[in-house]
Design a protein around this ligand. Structure first.
Ligand code: HEC
Length: 210
């Protein structure tokens, strides 16, 4: 408590104490946020530094002018990589597991994940933001419901590619989407993105059953 009061006083002093008040304050806040994450063994703290896309989205509070939005979607699209053999429909059963998994890449946890578990064991954490399998009741609503995704849209090449691209890099289509750039940020591999694509699109997937 005492520490927090001190920090707050420092921030307030920073805000009123200089001609560059706003910049000083935001630099201090960034430093404070960065120092509040406890890095675990092998954890990539570079994620706390914003890339060009994130800087623009912050600057315009996720509502950039058309010119900047175009520049973002173009840059993000160029990052998309496809799996070997360009097979964008993988194994829906594995996709189901990945969609449910919330493990991996956490920073600032009370006990940071050990290095071995941080590699290759990530989930997509889709339920944090989306409804998917109608049998799963614990679903978030930051993103649209994906229940019946393939049943509603079919499984044409266009839909499969759109879905894969969305998962690989959501900001290739919506400049300042709050959906994590799963492939681009190395959360999921191209093959895993293809598995989740199949989970969304495939007619056999539980997502698409009445
Ligand atoms: C932090 C929240 C968040 C997480 C986690 C997340 N999404 Fe999203 N998702 C969104 C938001 C917000 C949108 C709408 C904006 C957009 O299209 O980028 C969206 C859009 C989508 C769309 C496009 C829907 C449409 O109607 O075209 C698909 C498909 C999708 N998400 C699938 C997934 C899957 C599968 C996962 C897990 C691998 C996932 N999302 C994880 C927030 C999230």
């Amino acid at each position: 408590m005492k520490n927090r009061t001190l920090i707050l006083s420092a921030l307030v002093a920073g805000a009123f104490g200089s001609a560059h008040a706003a910049e000083d304050l935001s630099a201090k806040v960034e430093k404070l946020v960065a120092s509040s994450f406890k890095p675990g063994e092998g954890q990539d703290m570079s994620r706390l530094a914003q890339d060009e896309t994130q800087k623009l989205c912050s600057k315009y509070r996720n509502n950039p002018p058309a010119k900047d939005a175009d520049a973002i979607t173009k840059r993000e699209r160029a990052t998309i990589k496809y799996p070997d053999g360009n097979k964008l429909m993988g194994d829906w059963k594995n996709g189901e597991k990945l969609a449910k998994g919330g493990f991996g890449m956490r920073i600032g946890a009370i006990e940071p994940d050990p290095a071995a578990k941080q590699k290759g064991g990530n989930g997509g954490n889709c339920y944090a933001c989306h409804a998917l399998d109608p049998k799963e009741v614990a679903a978030g609503n930051i993103g649209p419901s994906l229940t019946g995704y393939g049943a509603l849209r079919g499984a044409s090449d266009d839909i499969v590619t759109y879905t894969y691209d969305k998962l690989y890099n959501a900001q290739a289509t919506v400049a300042c989407s709050s959906m994590p750039r799963m492939g681009h940020n190395g959360i999921l591999t191209p093959a895993q993105v293809a598995d989740i694509t199949a989970y969304l699109v495939s007619p056999e997937s539980p997502l698409n059953q009445k």
